[in-house]
Design a protein around this ligand. Structure first.
Ligand code: BG6
Ligand code: MG
Length: 227
């Protein structure tokens, strides 16, 4: 799909990160890691969990285990990642449209009405199930997940693959991201970036807002215009 013939003033595409941007699965990830830490007998806090934002599952396990990484065999690590994932999926199963973050449904529908192509580009291997539970598949043209793009953010692969599938040049894409690693990945892909969250986390983005609901109309229009 291309909107450019219909409206040449519009930017070609908007690429959303999923976890922490469209929905607060960041909390589900935290609770699932926390419960695994409880089983293993160590503490796991929300601030510690911040380091996992945007990282793939095994990269997250590496940070989560820290110095304990060497205590486990590859097989045990795979079992730990699977155990964490099952706890996460138990939470995802209960998700609905109501779990979209404030401002997300409005923005997705507005982009749809303006015929701006949209994608989700996520490091998560569960992105498709989360999108399906949220009921937003029909508002997205392209989904790239952690299975499609094995090189997790901050590598730009996830975003470049989304642009390729959208058939849009990277420089004509705006990415909306909540993770430092995701902002890095989008910049490395040559895209414009809106950071969602505190400046300490997403301050390298071109524009920083606290949440999607605060992405004022004017700001969206500015980003959707070329030049
Ligand atoms: C990212 C999250 O979107 O997906 C990370 O920000 C998470 O916290 C990563 O670790 C991988 O998720 P999953 O669902 O494949 O375990
Ligand atoms: Mg995220």
């Amino acid at each position: 799909m291309s909107n450019q013939a219909a409206n040449p003033a519009l930017l070609a595409a908007v690429i959303f990160d999923l976890d922490g941007v469209l929905t607060d699965t960041a909390e589900f990830h935290y609770l699932s890691w926390k419960s695994l830490a409880d089983d293993l007998g160590f503490d796991w806090s929300r601030p510690a969990n911040e380091a996992l934002r945007g990282l793939g599952r095994m990269e997250s396990l590496r940070v989560f285990l820290g110095d304990r990484w060497g205590l486990f065999t590859d097989e045990q690590r795979a079992d730990l990642a699977a155990a964490k994932n099952q706890r996460y999926l138990d939470r995802v199963e209960k998700m609905t449209w109501d779990d979209l973050l404030p401002g997300a449904p409005e923005l997705l529908m507005r982009l749809r009405a303006a015929r701006v192509p949209t994608a989700v580009a996520s490091s998560s291997k569960n992105a498709r199930v989360v999108i399906s539970r949220l009921g937003i598949s029909n508002l997205l043209d392209v989904i790239v997940d952690g299975l499609d793009a094995p090189r997790s953010k901050p590598d730009p692969q996830t975003f470049l693959l989304a642009a390729d599938r959208l058939r849009v040049a990277p420089r004509d894409c705006v990415v909306i991201e909540d993770a430092e690693s995701g902002v890095q990945a989008a910049l490395a892909a040559g895209m414009r970036v809106i950071g969602i969250g505190p400046a300490e986390r997403v301050g390298r983005a071109h524009i920083v807002v606290s949440d999607l609901a605060r992405l004022a109309d004017r700001c969206v229009e500015q980003l959707l215009s070329r030049g």
